[in-house]
Write a protein that binds this ligand. Structure first.
Ligand code: SF4
Length: 348
């Protein structure tokens, strides 16, 4: 028996080919996309403008979606974390976040991660696999299913979940273009943020894609000897190279970049570090997101005190750096990326 074709996340040419193999006109592909992406329907029998024979044929040959939600956690502030299992027990997480500007989905781009950042749950057990474009897209679909009862939809995407998005470059860029398409989720480019740990050649490549998304760089330390200790990628692409690629990115895209800076108590949270950070970023069109660390079981890092956070923010402000304090939403759920997956797989 041949496997059923998954139509969720399938690009337009492949979808029209599929319908033409069934002897159907192109407009059926358009109708199917409306059912899937606008109405969130996966059951072919509910696709009422399809003739009965076509619905039957689709039942026999196709499916909408390849994964299933195997766990969900809901926090009191409305944050929802979903664990989705794809074939061969490949489990990924995505998180629905409610901000005043709308609903944001934090997506995973890989199962596990190669980057090995010392403060992160996702990297603790290494890399398993890249996600396909369809698997990235399916996370948005499941999030919309979750929100449908409240008549809400995902309006913003942040590629900040499990994995290094630029290490799965093609699939991630394809998924961004797909999600942005007005026939699918119609998520505006300016509502999409891609976060990287600093893959310099890929940052340069991304600058040439002509996407008006927001690039977010996980910096987390202002000098090489500290960044080397928590982000192995820094040994390959040290800060001077990274910052030069970011400057070029800003020059060619004219887009403001964001730098993420996790405050780890006693490691990178002193005013001297704020001072060095200000010098490093001088003259770049940028915003710094300061994130007090959320402790992860099994990792040695500690959250900074409120006083330390205040001093750090003030030091940045005094040096003219635009900075925002970002508290993690949903702190009572397994909020760090990769934590729910690890719990489900009994690694915690
Ligand atoms: S912080 Fe991001 S890049 Fe680093 S190990 Fe975790 S998932 Fe990978």
């Amino acid at each position: 028996m041949t496997a059923k074709r998954n139509l969720l996340g399938l690009a337009w040419p492949a979808l029209t080919d599929f319908f033409s193999e069934l002897g159907q006109p192109e407009y059926r592909a358009k109708q199917l996309m409306e059912w899937i992406y606008q109405h969130g329907v996966s059951d072919f029998n509910r696709m009422s403008n399809f003739p009965k024979e076509l619905r039957q044929k689709l039942e026999e040959t196709a499916v909408v979606g390849a994964g299933e939600v195997i766990a969900r956690q809901v926090a009191s502030d409305g944050t929802i974390k979903l664990a989705i299992a794809f074939a061969e027990q490949r489990i990924v997480e995505c998180v629905i976040l409610r901000y005043h500007h709308g609903i944001t989905l934090c997506l995973s781009s890989q199962v596990g991660c190669k980057m090995g950042c010392a403060f992160c749950a996702s990297g603790m057990h290494g890399f398993v696999d890249n996600l396909t474009t369809a698997e990235i897209i399916e996370q948005i679909w499941w999030a919309n299913q979750e929100l449908a009862a409240q008549k809400q939809r995902v309006g913003h995407l942040v590629y900040m979940g499990m994995g290094e998005p630029l290490d799965n470059y093609l699939q991630v860029v394809n998924s961004i273009r797909f999600a942005n398409n007005s026939s699918t989720f119609n998520i505006g480019m300016r509502n999409i943020t891609l976060s990287t740990s600093g893959l310099v050649p890929r940052i340069r490549q991304l600058a040439e894609e002509d996407l008006s998304l927001t690039l977010s760089v996980s910096l987390h330390a202002p000098v090489d000897y500290l960044r080397d200790q928590i982000m192995p990628i820094n040994k390959r692409y040290p800060l001077a190279e990274l910052i030069s690629a970011v400057r070029e990115y800003v020059r060619s895209t004219r887009r403001r970049v964001t730098f993420e800076y996790i405050l780890l108590a006693g490691f990178n949270d002193q005013p001297i570090h704020a001072d060095k950070l200000a010098s490093l970023l001088a003259g770049i069109l940028a915003n710094v997101n300061v994130i007090p660390y959320n402790e992860v079981p099994g990792l040695p890092w500690q959250a900074p005190t409120d006083k330390q956070v205040r001093l750090f923010m003030r030091a940045l402000e005094q040096r003219g750096i635009t900075a925002t304090l970002r508290r993690e939403l949903g702190p009572e759920i397994d909020a760090a990326c990769g934590q729910l997956r690890r719990r489900l797989q009994g690694e915690e």
